[in-house]
Design a protein around this ligand. Structure first.
Ligand code: ATP
Ligand code: MG
Ligand code: MG
Length: 550
């Protein structure tokens, strides 16, 4: 993939800097604390913080918390942790839109005094009816021409808590006939009693709308370029209207870009919340979710997520990105960095009869085939070892290069062994193999014959027990819920396979949660925080090759 950071937003910024419109830029990342961040947010984070790093500039973290009903402090803390983990630092510049409630109120008073806002007594339903449609112009509210003094009085009493929810709103007085429905006297304030806001408690029963709060917050913070997703394009005239009609200290510019959509997953917070709350997944950090916390637990690195964001780029055209693209970013990273280890997922015992019972040789194995700086570790080679059940076949399919009765295979970093006998129990089930080894084959080719296959293995007594979790995509279709289906009906029932009796090499005994490895021939794995001393637990991050969709 071609990685070029240049995009239309960078071009705008470069023009603005060249023209002297700004000497430094200011961007912001404005999450609503009503859920965990996901890979789509990462696109916005990498864009906003990345611009502030690459040009003279700053990036604020601003919690867009004007909708107290679904917001809470847990989400604030989780969002901070995720942004930090992605590698970005907002320094002192963390803000809450709720910090501006008092000033937003004062600006609303200013609008009322200018005759640009009025208190409306219509219900939400009546406002909707009056608004009209694309083809039908809106109708004026009967309260549109209220006198300034009456509006000021009613607005003050709305704040004082004199009116119940839904009885009054403050609306901008713009144009009920505007072709842009967002300009048909949009609601600026609504009444919400009885909610405890995570920042302002019960101080307010009057809450500003997003469309009113966002531009003013941007202006108060001196944001120069306010980047948002395409669905806000139609809101830009309202954004500019707010900035132009109140006495804010600066004039930010809103620029829209396309949001990230990813195949086989969902990203709306409403759907993610449903998946978590209804128990379809095990929490916001379930490794199958596209949340940052889920990707972290899955074994993704911040660098891989940033690389992915660079590769997808920033444009104005909506598209659906293949999951394979995200996977290739983590695969590239882990291929270069992850130490190699051996893990046998479906153990089959092999007794090497040519070794004495107390044989305890140590074999040297490189930690990384392309990076000698990673050094090596020692693996005990003993009379009894385990190989993977799938690396043995009595009736091999054509082209099978692993172990067969009477055939030879090389043990990774070790000797060539030959399968001499197949041991079964009374029911005929496979129990173990008896084998011999060729002592002349350590680091050397076998004499007079070719041995093609190399398989991984672990020593029997010194291997460490592990649970291995193999994840597949959470949904069975590229666009869950498309065509009016319930997106939950598209959940993949086999998105998690837990392998209980895996065995890993002893060098992994002391590994810590978050450490990442390549299990040779199996894929990339990360140590899960569920690991305990006697019992390791690994999550498969991604397979070695692109196995997606097979
Ligand atoms: P949802 O629609 O799921 O509620 P949201 O956009 O309302 O998501 P916010 O917390 O408001 O979520 O988003 C914070 C910032 O992240 C916004 O600037 C938004 O544009 C950006 N963002 C959210 N989702 C995506 C996405 N899929 N791709 C790119 N940017 C996104
Ligand atoms: Mg939202
Ligand atoms: Mg939002």
């Amino acid at each position: 993939a071609v990685t070029s950071k240049t995009n239309f937003i960078r071009q705008i910024i470069e023009e603005d800097l060249a023209a002297g419109r700004h000497t430094r830029i200011a961007t912001r990342f404005p999450p609503e604390p009503n859920g965990y961040l996901h890979i789509g947010h990462a696109k916005s984070i990498v864009l906003n913080f990345g611009l502030a790093q690459d040009y003279p500039g700053i990036c604020n973290l601003r919690f867009d918390d004007t909708n107290p009903h679904k917001e809470n402090h847990e989400f604030v803390e989780a969002i901070k942790a995720d942004v930090r983990w992605l590698g970005y630092d907002w320094g002192e510049r963390v803000y809450f839109a709720s910090d501006y409630f008092e000033r937003l109120y004062a600006f609303a008073v200013e609008l009322i005094e200018k005759g640009l806002a009025y208190v409306c007594d219509l219900t939400a339903e009546e406002i909707r009816e009056h608004r009209g449609t694309l083809t039908v112009p809106g109708r004026d509210s009967p309260h549109r021409d209220r006198q300034v003094a009456e509006n000021l009085d009613l607005f003050r009493r709305m704040r004082a808590g004199e009116f119940p929810d839904g009885s009054h709103t403050l609306r901008a007085r713009i144009d009920m006939a505007s072709p842009n429905i967002n300009l048909r006297d949009p609601v600026l304030y609504r009444i919400r009693h009885g909610v405890i806001h995570h920042q302002t408690g019960s101080e307010w029963c009057l809450y500003p709308t997003y469309d009113y709060t966002h531009p003013i917050s941007d202006a108060l913070e001196g944001i120069t370029h306010s980047l948002c997703t395409l669905e806000f394009e139609d809101h830009r005239p309202l954004y500019d209207w707010c900035i132009d009609h109140v006495s804010v200290p600066s004039k930010p510019r809103q620029i829209e870009f396309s949001r990230l959509n990813l195949e086989y997953t969902v990203m709306s917070k409403r759907r993610l919340t449903q998946l978590v709350e209804e128990g379809h997944v095990q929490g916001w950090d379930d490794p199958r979710l596209p949340t940052i916390a889920g990707l972290r637990r899955r074994g993704y690195t911040p660098a891989a997520i940033r690389t992915f964001c660079d590769r997808i780029g920033v444009t104005k055209s909506d598209n659906l990105v293949e999951m394979a693209m995200l996977e290739s970013a983590i695969r590239d990273d882990l291929d270069a960095t992850a130490p190699r280890r051996m893990a046998v997922l479906r153990p089959l015992k092999v007794v090497i009869d040519t070794l004495p019972a107390d044989h305890d040789e140590l074999l040297e194995a490189a930690n990384h085939p392309k990076d000698p700086a990673q050094g090596s570790r020692q693996i005990p080679f003993t009379r009894e070892i385990y190989i993977d059940r799938e690396d043995f076949a009595e009736d091999p399919p054509k082209g099978f290069k692993r172990l067969v009765p009477g055939g030879e295979v090389r043990l990774r970093s070790g000797y060539v062994i030959r399968c001499e006998e197949v041991i079964r129990d009374e029911t005929g089930a496979l129990v173990a193999l008896r084998a011999s080894h060729d002592p002349a084959t350590l680091g050397a080719k076998p004499e007079g014959r070719k041995v093609k296959g190399v398989i991984h293995w672990v020593p029997a007594t010194e291997a460490v027990a592990a649970e291995v979790r193999l994840y597949d995509r959470l949904f069975q279709v590229p666009e869950p819920g498309a065509g009016g289906r319930d997106f939950r009906d598209d959940i993949n029932p086999a998105s998690l396979v837990v392998i209980d009796g895996a065995l890993v090499e002893p060098a992994l005994a002391d590994c810590q949660p978050g450490e990442r490895f390549q299990f040779e021939r199996e894929g990339y794995f990360v140590v899960d925080p569920d690991s305990t001393t006697g019992r390791l637990c690994f999550n498969r991050t991604v397979g070695l090759r692109d196995s997606w969709g097979k």
